[in-house]
Design a protein around this ligand. Structure first.
Ligand code: 5GP
Ligand code: ZN
Length: 115
């Protein structure tokens, strides 16, 4: 069994505040939210990150879940940012593909911060 923390959440072995779930994906609130709304959408099957190994139906399911999560979290009208940190230069910290849905307050224009 995978030790991956997001696989464990997908299997229900670690508690998470689940917002949405379907055949391919599960969405849950981030444990350390960076905005009033900060929800993660992950594929139920493990993929390290975006790449050619990810089936298109999984990619479709991830992005199809975004507006559903936004609706559930009450930010569909106010707007939100959708982010995928993909690989080391993007500072991906959990190596299980995930989509951040972030909103609930006005953000700045800057999308890229170099550390
Ligand atoms: P990354 O930096 O890889 O794009 O984002 C990983 C995200 O996963 C971070 O925002 C972090 O707070 C969140 N995270 C890490 N471990 C857990 C966990 O056990 N539960 C939840 N709900 N979120 C987690
Ligand atoms: Zn995983």
């Amino acid at each position: 069994m995978s030790e991956c923390v997001f696989c464990m959440i997908a299997r229900g072995e670690i508690p998470a505040k689940v917002v949405y779930s379907d055949e391919h994906v599960i969405a849950f609130d981030d444990i350390a939210p960076q905005a009033p709304v900060h929800t993660l959408i992950i594929p139920k099957v493990h993929y390290d990150r975006m790449g050619p190994d990810v089936p298109s139906e999984v990619t479709c399911a991830l992005f199809a879940a975004v507006p559903k999560v936004a609706e559930a979290k009450g930010v569909a009208e106010s707007g939100y940012r959708v982010i995928v940190n993909n690989g080391p230069d993007a500072m991906q910290t959990v190596e299980h593909l995930h989509v951040h849905v972030i909103g609930g307050r006005r953000m700045s224009h800057g999308m890229v911060n170099f550390g």
